[in-house]
Design a protein around this ligand. Structure first.
Ligand SMILES: CC(C)[C@H](C(=O)O)[C@@H](O)C(=O)O
Ligand code: SF4
Length: 762
């Protein structure tokens, strides 16, 4: 059992220690969760689980829900109900399911008639729901965003969403401490987005695996909250589940007077506590990276992983100089998908679309920085005719603020499409998508294959670089546009009014509504109603799995690749076998099956997947990745390393991720290639081979092993700790009373009819 850190502690150590409800003998901690954000994609199956077990939501006052991924971003002028507004049936069903669930379980919800609706990671901070020193979770990998406030914030899968709804806790293993410091002076035109892209390029998408990153140094200390959020947001792209910045005066100024931030005497108490939230001098770091600000150029991506970065002044890389075969073939595949030739100058890459939006870059400062670039090009500058450009503010409130400031007018006059809040083209679960072969400069966070639409090609950029790209039609070094004449041109442009976010944060804060169903209104902490620890679980025990193993030689297999976005719209946990690796198994142009390994005999019968590349299951928190592997018949994946959320999701579904050294993975993959069966034995913790070679040993956390061997249900086990949870809650109410009992009320959103000059068809 890990002892609490004694002596100097990091910020992560402190927040962790402050939230321990219980530690089991096998080293897993039951961690209390202060804030739970919910959206429509990863919650339906969790609510269904609660319903089936007749469980309530334990802390509706600590839970906030919104719709964002599926919502169309066209005008809501004629909005009456989701039913008639969302055309696509599966998207509609998911939005309606959330609306039904929030009523049934009595949760606060920002729907499409509420001007506070927006991307889940925008609205939490905006309302002051996200606070320093808290633990924050959401069924979404970019929950790392909230770490900008000095909170411990991380993404979880749907089973864990259910766990938090039912118990307000999570069973967690403590991660490592990593510090990334950036010191010095950033050059003009270099923004927080360039900083985080540069960091990911340096450490790779697996660089932060198993770690919580603290961002330190003068650059982050000088950043606004918006900029810190953009950085922490992409910690997941660096492999870390969470990133954080110590709270300071900038944090407190952002939060003070937000609707859900503490007020009066509670604020003073809170601030005094928050000021203690910094890493102590002499605290131990498991990994440290130091970067000079002056070394960071405006940075863009060329490939299909966020680590595929180049300075805007650079060229597309040449794979032939890479010696490692798996890495070389990953680059070759990326270049062929992106339709790029080695040696092409980044600035020579022409675009079809530009997207300014997403939880990384759709805040007021992002919009202001894009507008600055447009104005720097003079009064008549327009988006080039061959490019379609869209701006999607992160929330209704940001949209309103931008309109008062006059930013929308600049965008519209230049030819940008000005939309309503939502995830939009960040992942194309809604109508905003790239068509096959279209190339986009995007301020979002993922450039995976098919991310913005099947066959679409994404280059990740900052908002300023996106604006520059829209105006020139190519990836462009924004520094050329922010030249000596820029300030004069900006000054001569329309008078922009700088507004304060506080002018728009005026909606009343009321308690969360009462649940509609009687059984859900029961006190969730009533221990008389607890099921026994051995309550039958939907999960089958995992003891030994023997069978065909399919080899896969790919690095960074992200969950978008395992199951693309269009299959996330289900309300069920099954029926996803055909969706597994859909875009690798199906020619998206002809609809025919490809020769991908899982389409070939004998691998159509595979029970085991052996991946030789690192970081299997990185990226999104979609539990659908585990469900689709399971539905296909694959019960265990062997790989050198895993994305953490995927690893948890797999085990929640009775599947076993087996971590072995690269050499062993390669050896086992050669058995698989020869068509030899493998035998994965969890009891003995070894992979047995049929070719007479010795078995390959592996390690699994003893608690997880016990649960898998016995098919135990985490929630039932946690509910047995109810006394500890109740006593933690009593201590919490005493120490941090501002975390209890807040709520909200929805209202009508005043929507200005959007007139666009160009007919946009996304
Ligand atoms: C839908 C959700 C599971 C997913 C995530 O976890 O990140 C999405 O937000 C994404 O960006 O891919
Ligand atoms: S990454 Fe994109 S899809 Fe995921 S929450 Fe953020 S905006 Fe939405």
């Amino acid at each position: 059992m890990p002892a609490p850190v004694s002596g100097p502690r990091t910020l992560y150590d402190k927040i962790w220690d402050d939230h321990v409800v219980d530690v089991n003998d096998q080293g897993l901690t039951l961690l209390y969760i202060d804030r739970h954000l919910v959206h429509e994609v990863t919650s339906p199956q969790a609510f269904e689980g609660l319903r089936n077990a007749e469980r309530a939501v334990r802390r509706p006052d600590c839970t906030l829900a919104t719709v964002d991924h599926n919502v169309p971003t066209h005008s809501r002028k004629n909005f009456k109900a989701i039913d008639s507004f969302v055309d696509e049936p599966d998207s509609r069903a998911q939005c309606i399911a959330l609306e039904d669930n929030v009523k049934e379980f009595g949760l606060t919800y920002f729907g499409l008639t509420d001007r506070r609706q927006g991307i889940v990671h925008i609205i939490g901070p905006e309302q002051g729901f996200t606070l320093p020193g808290t633990t924050v979770v959401c069924g979404d990998s970019h929950t790392s965003t909230h770490g900008a406030f000095g909170s411990l914030a991380f993404g979880i899968g749907t089973s864990e969403v259910e766990h938090v709804l039912a118990t307000q806790t999570l069973l967690q293993k403590k991660g490592k401490n990593m510090r990334i410091s950036v010191d010095g002076q950033l050059a003009e035109g270099v923004t927080s987005k360039d900083v985080i892209l540069h960091i990911i390029g340096l450490i790779g998408t697996a660089g932060g695996t198993g770690c919580v990153i603290e961002y330190a140094g003068s650059v982050f200390r000088g950043f606004s909250m918006e900029a810190r959020m953009s950085v922490c947001n992409m910690s997941i792209e660096a492999g870390a589940r969470a990133g954080m910045v110590a709270p300071d005066d900038i944090t407190f100024a952002y939060l003070k007077n937000r609707p859900l931030a503490p007020k009066g005497e509670a604020w003073d108490r809170a601030e005094a506590y928050w000021r203690s939230l910094k890493s102590d001098e002499g605290a131990k770091w498991d990994a440290e990276i130091n970067i000079k600000a002056e070394d960071i150029p405006p940075t863009v991506t060329w490939g299909t992983s966020p680590q595929d970065v180049a300075p805007i002044t650079g060229v597309v890389p040449d794979p032939t100089i890479i010696t490692d075969a798996t890495k070389r073939s990953s680059i070759e595949r990326a270049l062929s998908y992106m339709g790029l030739q080695p040696g092409t100058k980044m600035e020579d890459i022409s675009l079809d679309k530009v997207f300014i939006g997403s939880c990384t870059n759709s805040r007021i400062e992002d919009l202001r920085s894009a507008v600055r670039v447009i104005l720097a090009m003079g009064p008549d500058a327009k988006v080039v005719p061959t490019v379609q450009a869209m701006v999607v503010p992160g929330s209704g409130l940001i949209k309103q603020q931008a309109e008062v400031e006059g930013l929308d007018a600049v965008f519209k006059r230049a030819g940008f499409d000005w939309r309503e809040a939502g995830c939009s083209m960040c992942l194309g679960m809604n109508p905003d998508q790239l068509s096959h072969g279209e190339r986009c400069a995007s301020t979002s966070n993922r450039n995976f294959e098919g991310r913005q639409g099947a066959g679409g090609r994404t280059h990740l950029v900052s908002p300023a670089m996106a604006a520059a790209a829209a105006m020139t039609g190519k990836l462009t070094d924004v520094r050329k546009l922010l030249n000596a004449d820029a300030d004069a041109k900006i000054a001569a442009g329309p008078k922009l009014k700088l507004a304060s976010a506080f002018d728009f944060l005026t909606d009343p804060v009321l308690p969360a509504p009462k649940p509609q169903t009687l059984s859900h209104a029961q006190n969730a902490s009533d221990s008389a109603s607890l099921p026994p620890a051995t309550a039958p679980s939907a999960v089958a025990p995992f003891v030994i799995v023997k069978g065909i193993a399919a080899p896969l030689h790919v690095e960074n297999v992200d969950t978008d690749k395992i199951i693309p976005k269009q299959f996330l719209k289900t309300l069920k946990r099954n029926g996803l076998a055909d969706a597994l690796f859909y875009e690798l198994r199906t020619d998206t142009k002809t609809g025919k099956k490809t020769d991908f390994v899982l389409n070939r005999e004998p691998y159509t019968q595979a029970k085991i997947l052996v991946c030789t590349g690192n970081n299997f299951g990185c990226g999104s928190s979609r539990e659908h990745a585990a469900w689709s592997l399971n539905d296909f018949g694959i019960r265990t994946v062997i790989a050198p390393s895993f994305g953490e959320i995927f690893q948890n999701n797999a085990m929640q579904n009775g599947m076993l991720p087996v971590q072995v050294p690269v050499g062993d993975a390669k050896d086992l993959a050669s058995d698989a290639e020869a068509g030899l069966e493998l035998e994965v034995d969890l009891e003995k913790m070894e992979v047995r081979r049929l070719n007479g070679k010795p078995p390959v040993p592996f390690m699994v956390n003893p608690f997880r092993r016990h649960c898998l061997l016995n098919g135990l249900d985490d929630i039932a086990l946690t509910l047995q700790k109810d006394e500890s949870i109740v006593s933690f809650e009593q201590r919490r109410s005493g120490a941090w009373p501002w975390l209890d009992g807040l709520g909200y009320k929805g209202g009508k959103i005043p929507v200005a009819p959007a007139k666009v000059s160009k007919k946009m068809d996304w």
